[in-house]
Design a protein around this ligand. Structure first.
Ligand code: 2IT
Length: 448
């Protein structure tokens, strides 16, 4: 391995103990860059890798709110402002009981490269809370969001840092947070958050964008392989807006999604999640207070596999759409055994590094998260553009831009991999292409 890369990976691990997810993504990205680092000795001279793995700023704060029974609750709140070299920090807020600094640093680090790949001027950041939205009332969620924003507002701004949603943060939470931001600032700066409702500055296609973008990216890969989406069976995990958007676009283009999963198991619908009724039911289900994927099986009379993951189901394309590390070696072996040729990461870091290597070694083409799921943040950046123009594009206009962006992401990743002698390796290619733009901007801006 390249000595400089090896040293920075080891130092990062030593300096950030007990952060396994952060270490995982740093290892994955930096090992992709070996040939680039070898070709650019000036990066070592400028300690560029040491700088790029260190967040520019981390904010951690207390969030105090009162639940419906009148009890005071205390949560941790965070914002990791990872890298602002190419634009304001941009990235989601995650509300989930597992949230900690390791997870937010891995997400923030991924976001830096993903956002760079979109071709749009956005830096990388991530934030959130260990607040658990499951089973909470609307009023509790509102009070939590208001308390969270009462601290966060001083750290964000349309030119500083623009948060959005992630797991546990959707349109409802963004609405409550924007309301509180507007009240405190006494200004209508709706470009400060993305994923807003359509009545107050949201962009058409933003809810669908991660799923649609993932399928547009997949189409580029199919085209490269002289293949097409028609008649293909897709195995999906998750049942949130990413899985919903992907299933919808798959159906529209002549394929079918046959599985969805949640914390309590997975459903198998051999006819496919293809009808308007089924797709709309996902939205309805998610809006209920105790949403879980078994509700889909009950409603449509399909199989529910309690406590299991869907990776043993045979498919042509595998699409993890849930959360980090849902596919390790055991799951990768099932996927390889199915004979599938395609695996696209629509969730963030759904795959362990050894599982990616194993699938690639067995001929599975991997579309990595920072490319395949970049459609969401890309349309968030388009939402920022529309807010600053005080003008909104039509759904067709946003969709056309999203398609172009996903093609650019695929093409720049493929080109970067080829240029550095790595063939059609879309994982390394995405890391290289994303890195180079940020690296060049950091070099140009001097030692900061
Ligand atoms: O992981 C992601 O890219 C997101 N959660 C979306 C971030 C955004 O700013 O829209």
């Amino acid at each position: 391995m390249n000595e400089y890369v090896e040293r920075v990976i080891a130092e990062t691990k030593a300096k950030n103990p007990n952060e396994p997810e952060f270490h995982q993504t740093v290892t994955e990205v930096l090992t992709s860059l070996e040939n680039v680092i070898a070709a650019h000795p000036e990066y070592e001279q400028a300690a560029l890798l040491e700088r790029i793995v260190e967040p520019e700023r981390i904010i951690q704060f207390r969030v105090v709110w009162v639940d419906d029974s009148g009890k005071t609750q205390v949560n941790k709140g965070y914002r990791v402002q990872f890298n602002g070299a190419i634009g304001p920090y941009k990235g989601g807020l995650r509300f989930h009981k597992s949230v900690n600094l390791s997870i937010l640093k891995f997400l923030g680090f991924e976001q830096v490269f993903k956002n760079s790949l979109t071709t749009l001027p956005i830096g990388g950041g991530k934030g959130g809370s260990d607040f658990d939205p499951h089973g909470k009332s609307d009023a509790e969620v509102m009070r939590f969001c208001q308390a969270f924003m009462t601290e966060l507002y001083r750290h964000i701004g349309i030119n500083t840092d623009v948060p959005a949603g992630d797991i546990g943060v959707g349109g409802r939470e963004i609405g409550y947070m924007f309301g509180q931001y507007r009240r405190i600032r006494d200004a209508y700066e709706n470009g400060v958050l993305t994923g807003k409702g359509l009545t107050y500055g949201g962009s058409l296609i933003r809810p669908e964008a991660t799923g649609y973008g993932g399928i547009y990216y997949a189409q580029q890969v199919f085209a490269h392989e002289n293949d097409s989406i028609e008649g293909k069976t897709f195995v999906l995990s998750g049942y949130g807006n990413v899985a919903w958007g992907a299933a919808k676009k798959i159906a529209e283009l002549g394929g079918k999604a046959v599985t969805l999963s949640g914390h309590n198991g997975y459903i198998y619908d051999p006819d496919g999640i293809t009808t308007e009724e089924k797709l709309n039911y996902l939205l309805e289900m998610r809006a209920s207070r105790n949403a879980n994927i078994k509700m889909y099986a009950d409603k449509f009379g399909v199989e529910f596999h309690e406590g299991e993951k869907p990776w043993g189901v045979r498919g042509d394309v595998y699409l993890p759409c849930a959360t980090q590390n849902e596919v390790g070696m055991d799951e990768a072996e099932l996927i390889v055994a199915s004979g599938a040729k395609y695996y696209f990461e629509l969730a963030n870091m759904p795959t362990t590094n050894d599982a990616i290597a194993y699938m690639q070694a067995n001929g599975v083409i991997i579309g990595p998260a920072k490319a395949a799921n970049a459609g969401g943040v890309a349309v968030s950046a388009l939402e920022m553009s529309q807010n600053s123009m005080r003008y909104g594009w039509t759904a067709e206009e946003v969709d056309a831009k999203l398609k172009t962006i996903m093609k650019d992401i695929h093409d720049s990743s493929a080109k970067a991999a080829a240029e550095y002698g790595l063939g059609y390796d879309l994982v390394k290619g995405a890391n290289i292409a994303g890195f180079l733009k940020v690296a060049q901007a950091m070099m140009a801006q001097g030692l900061i």
